[in-house]
Design a binder for this molecule. Sequence first.
Ligand code: MN
Length: 263
Amino acid sequence: MSRVEFGLSMLYSLNKPFKKMVNHLESIDAKIVEIVDDGLHALNKRRISILNEIRKSYELRFTVHSPFADINIASPSKSLLKVMLKRLNRSMFFAKALDAELWVFHPGNKTGISMFYPGEDWKQNVKTISLLHETAKDFGLKIAVENLPEKYGFIMKNPEDFIRLYNETSVDDVGIVLDTGHSNLEGETEAFLRKLSKRIVHMHISDNMGEHDQHLGVGCGNIDWKKFAKILHEIKYEKTIIIETVENVQKSLHKIQELLSFQ
Ligand SMILES: [Mn+2]
């Protein structure tokens, strides 16, 4: 019997007003919910009280996805970085106020001037992760960094990038969020699971055809989910799985639960 915990990301409703998303929470078929602190769902103090009420009434547990639009933790601009860090720290503060079990963030990405300063993106990426780690420690908040595909400019795409982060820093308690949609674009899903099984604390599950990050339902792209479930069983994965599709959300949840229960 699989001891994985399942949850749903509210990403699928990010195009709807915050109020609508909150209404969905009242009838959701999961105990763990990932709140996206961005767009129409960006958090503030009033929204935190609303979410905490719902959390208590329905015995939900939250994780928080940090803001990611126009955020680049490897930015070469000190002044912009300062603003972005302020926004990220605010998001961590809100996550703590929601008693969130995890705060998920994206690694940095390349910019239009990266080619003139080789290696600088990586240096800043590592520096910012160390800063976020310090703040998280002060808050008593668990945080984890997600794999993102190179085709969108991101600089932490494969297991080697994550191994390098741990080798160069002392951020051992920063976990990894394995996003299957992203790792499928890189052909790295199995490598992540085999090489970093102890570091993966959370998963974002969605499917795609291997070309774009489509956030399709489980089974609607070209990911071999049977093989995926088999590897999860082999590595004894017992952490969280969050469905992060924008369609067939319930179906995807049931499909992955069924696949894992056969292992
Ligand atoms: Mn994701």
